[in-house]
Design a binder for this molecule. Structure first.
Ligand SMILES: Nc1ncnc2c1ncn2[C@@H]1O[C@H](COP(=O)(O)OP(=O)(O)OP(=O)(O)O)[C@@H](O)[C@H]1O
Length: 620
């Protein structure tokens, strides 16, 4: 079907061109315009005829004639046909292209992965482990282990010495390089892998990486099979780790994977760990119970108390025990505001731990005016009310909305920690937001005792308590309960060190052998010896005066010397008290100085505001 309008236009242009092109092939523009003018005049009965082709103004006249003709009623039907034809042709072209792509794609499966998502890591681990892949000639070699155990990603045959402490022992992994497309067979299917990256748009952003897979197959199950395989490879390697995510502006980035911390290594008052574990485990199993009662499926725990008492440690311990990832929400980080916080909370996965450490820090400007004042005095750059420390722009209402507003994620466990419990707003602490509040106090004697036991118990004997009892009963048959002070102990210790030193040629200046980790040359204590020493250590530590972190720090100085640790404990306590008294004295002086300055300022201000006459009178 041809349109008469298009045809007639084409015919005219063609005839004019052929008329005005001479035998030499030259083109006469003026003649062409006059001819077009006369032709169009003929078409349009109302237009004024031209007197002479040479004297007319062909351009204006001809253009208007053409336009009049084109938009005339008689040409409307031609226009409609033209439009319909165009539409049909365009649609047909689209359908054909679609059919072509469908046909083409039915032979290929394409998958795209980005490093902002955990699946990217699954794929990288899977590729690093795939023996076919490691045979390629163009590889990117990295020491990145994706937070997994070495066995999961390391190069086959490479031996890692756990004990050596140099960088050379960091495991190596093979990764696809960025410059090539790699092709290999996977379960009888031809597959290609390409990796790309994009530099960040802003100086604060991070580089984004992507992985594109193309599998030559029309059966989509191959993709699912491969993804499940990759996920399993990753999860197997991650068995002993907890993944930690942090917010990168308004999205989550895998930050690190930390080895799971055994709950046994965290010493709290009896029942505290059990309460938290039981409650969190029960919550994760109760989704249906919550939905049947219309209660939001969320649980919040507020852990408060002195620094270094185990708040963060127990959270990581619980995450490891329950197999949950930890998502850290830093409320006081630069760039954090109400909207970003709400977006981050709403994009949390179900079944995870959201961790807000030092929850009071986000609002400390309003909660602690005294410290602000002090800061302004000690730091003149913050005189005009501008703090030298960048703070976030989180408001209390923004935080409350993010925690339980409509966008708040279901299934998450929230842990918040603070050292300033009393400064928190009651709205933040109410049940529904923070369901369970647990206080972490400075170490009790019970905790000191348990920490000591845990510290010096040989790894091989860190079994269940029953096992320990049985083992120790055997060992104890030769043990003496007055072990600590007996001269035999000293002899035995000296003997142990000597024996260890004989095992190797190199000896450190302190007489201990090098290349052997400290736990290898510490004295092997029997269960009863350990009990006795732990009891003596606990007796030397005053109740609720030191944090567990401080006690742990003290014991770290005696990694292989449990006897000395006990013997020196009282001296350490005395020293700590003296240091604390000195610090308190300094603090007192600082406060007194600040107070003096304040008074001076007030007096100066009052003097400045007294009228001159009054001053004179006072002087006479
Ligand atoms: N109850 C505990 N049992 C075993 N170790 C502990 C305990 N409390 C603290 N520690 C040790 O002290 C260090 C600091 O502990 P952690 O970070 O958990 O304290 P925190 O209460 O979160 O401190 P902060 O309030 O300053 O964040 C860790 O290395 C941990 O091993």
């Amino acid at each position: 079907m041809a349109t008469p309008l298009a045809l007639s236009l084409a015919q005219q242009v063609f005839s004019i061109l052929s008329d005005q092109t001479g035998g030499d092939g030259q083109f006469n523009l003026q003649a062409l315009l006059s001819q077009a003018g006369s032709n169009c005049t003929n078409m349009n009965a109302t237009s004024t005829p031209t007197s002479s082709p040479a004297n007319t103004m062909p351009t204006t006249f001809d253009l208007s004639s053409i336009l009049t003709f084109l938009f005339s009623f008689s040409s409307a039907s031609d226009w409609i046909k033209f439009a319909v034809l165009g539409t049909v042709l365009t649609a047909a072209r689209g359908w054909l292209m679609e059919a072509y792509y469908r046909f083409y794609n039915s032979f290929f499966i394409n998958a795209h992965f980005e490093n902002c998502d955990e699946v990217y890591n699954w794929m990288m681990v899977w590729l690093a482990k795939n023996p076919k892949w490691t045979q390629t000639n163009d590889v990117h070699i990295s020491t990145k282990s994706f937070g997994l155990s070495y066995d999961s990603v390391g190069i086959e045959g490479e031996e890692i010495d756990d004990i050596a402490d140099t960088d050379a022992t960091r495991p190596l992994t093979f990764e696809p390089s960025f410059s090539h497309v790699f092709r290999f067979w996977y379960k009888g299917r031809w597959m290609s892998v390409s990796r790309s990256y994009k530099e960040p748009d802003s100086p604060y952003g991070s580089r984004t990486e992507a992985l594109d897979l193309c599998i030559w197959s029309w059966n989509r199950t191959i993709l699912s099979t491969m993804l499940l395989e990759a996920k399993k490879a990753y999860k197997d390697g991650q068995e002993d780790f907890v993944s930690v995510y942090a917010s990168d502006f308004d999205s989550w980035q895998h930050m690190t994977s930390r080895p799971k911390r055994p709950l046994k290594s965290i010493v709290l008052e009896p029942g505290v760990k059990e309460l938290l574990m039981r409650d969190a485990r029960d919550f994760l199993r109760s989704k249906r119970w919550y939905s049947a009662r219309g209660i939001p499926f969320r649980r919040g725990y507020l852990l408060y108390g002195a620094p270094g008492t185990g708040k963060t440690s127990i959270i990581h311990g619980i995450a490891g025990e329950l197999g949950l990832d930890v998502y850290i929400l830093s409320l006081s980080r630069i760039g954090m505001d109400d909207n970003t916080l709400a977006r981050l909370i709403s994009s949390l996965p179900e079944r995870c731990i959201a961790l807000m450490e030092d929850i009071d820090a986000a609002f400390s400007r309003t909660l602690n005016r005294d410290s602000d004042e002090e800061e302004r005095e000690s730091n003149p750059s913050s005189q005009n009310g501008m703090s030298s420390t960048p703070t976030s722009r989180i408001s209390l209402s923004g935080l409350l909305n993010a925690l339980d507003g409509v966008g708040a994620q279901e299934g998450r466990i929230l842990f918040a920690t603070t050292n300033k419990y009393t400064s928190l707003d009651p709205a933040l602490c109410r049940p529904g937001r923070m369901d369970i509040h647990v206080e972490f106090r400075l170490a009790s004697r019970y905790q000191a005792n348990e920490l000591f036991r845990c510290f010096y118990l040989p790894d091989s004997e860190k079994g269940t308590d029953d096992e320990k009892e049985t083992d120790s009963a055997e060992i104890d048959s030769t043990a003496d309960s007055g072990y600590l002070s007996s001269p035999e102990v000293e002899d035995e210790k000296a003997e142990l060190i000597k024996l260890d030193a004989e095992k190797t040629e190199d000896v450190e200046p302190n007489g201990l052998p090098v290349n052997i980790p400290h736990y290898e040359h510490g004295p092997k204590l029997s269960f009863r010896q350990l009990e006795t020493l732990a009891g003596k250590f606990a007796a030397a530590i005053p109740e609720r005066e030191f944090s567990m972190a401080a006690l742990q720090g003290y014991l770290m100085g005696y990694k292989t010397q449990p006897f000395e640790a006990v013997a020196d404990a009282r001296i350490w306590v005395k020293k700590q008290r003296l240091d604390a008294a000195a610090r308190a004295e300094k603090e007192k002086e600082k406060k007194a100085k600040a107070q003096e300055k304040k008074v001076e300022k007030t007096v100066a201000g009052a003097e400045a505001s007294t009228p001159a006459a009054e001053k004179e009178a006072a002087a006479t």
